[in-house]
Design a protein around this ligand. Structure first.
Ligand code: PNS
Length: 158
């Protein structure tokens, strides 16, 4: 049976926590589409082209993974790609409340089911926002993001 899934997010930038979810989902499903939200907040560190280029670079070894930009409703993106299942990572109980709301809403408005993968414990405290804050103040992010991302963050002018 061929089952395609969508893994949506802002990926500003992609972290080892995201990559862990991507690898685990890609090994269990036939096809995984990483859907990168175009308008990721008011002040994204990277524009969508840069975020997608980094996602493609760090997932290049996974043959069944594709990366695409999306805007608007996630359920519309899923319908356009003929996908009925979304994968999300859950780090802590604090993630759960909002994720549950979104999952219920996506099922209600688009018939799209959400499957949660629990974050690997070593990544349970990791977020793109914290990584950006560390980088902004000159801290070392190499434990949290792959080398191409760390390089781009270092090269970034603030
Ligand atoms: O990485 P993030 O910022 O936590 O990802 C959030 C994302 C992109 C998954 C979420 O904001 C989303 O799905 N946005 C698309 C708009 C949408 O469909 N909203 C209704 C959800 S109920």
């Amino acid at each position: 049976m061929t089952v395609s899934v969508v893994y949506p997010g802002s990926f500003d930038p992609v972290t080892y926590g995201h990559i862990d979810v991507i690898q685990r989902a890609a090994s269990r499903f036939s096809r995984l589409i990483v859907a990168c939200l175009q308008n990721a907040g008011k002040d994204p560190m990277f524009d969508v082209e840069e975020r997608i280029a980094l996602l493609e670079e760090v997932t290049g070894d996974l043959r069944n993974v594709e990366v695409a930009a999306f805007d608007g409703l996630l359920v519309d993106f899923c319908r356009e790609h003929d996908v009925r299942l979304v994968v999300k990572g859950l780090r802590a109980v604090s993630d759960f409340e909002y994720e549950l709301q979104m999952a219920q809403m996506n099922r209600s408005i688009g018939g799209v089911e959400t499957l949660f993968l629990t974050a690997s414990p070593i990544y349970s405290f990791l977020s793109s926002s914290l990584v950006k804050e560390i980088a902004r103040f000159g801290g070392d992010v190499t434990d949290f993001v792959p080398p191409p991302v760390a390089d781009r963050m270092r090269a970034r002018r603030w």
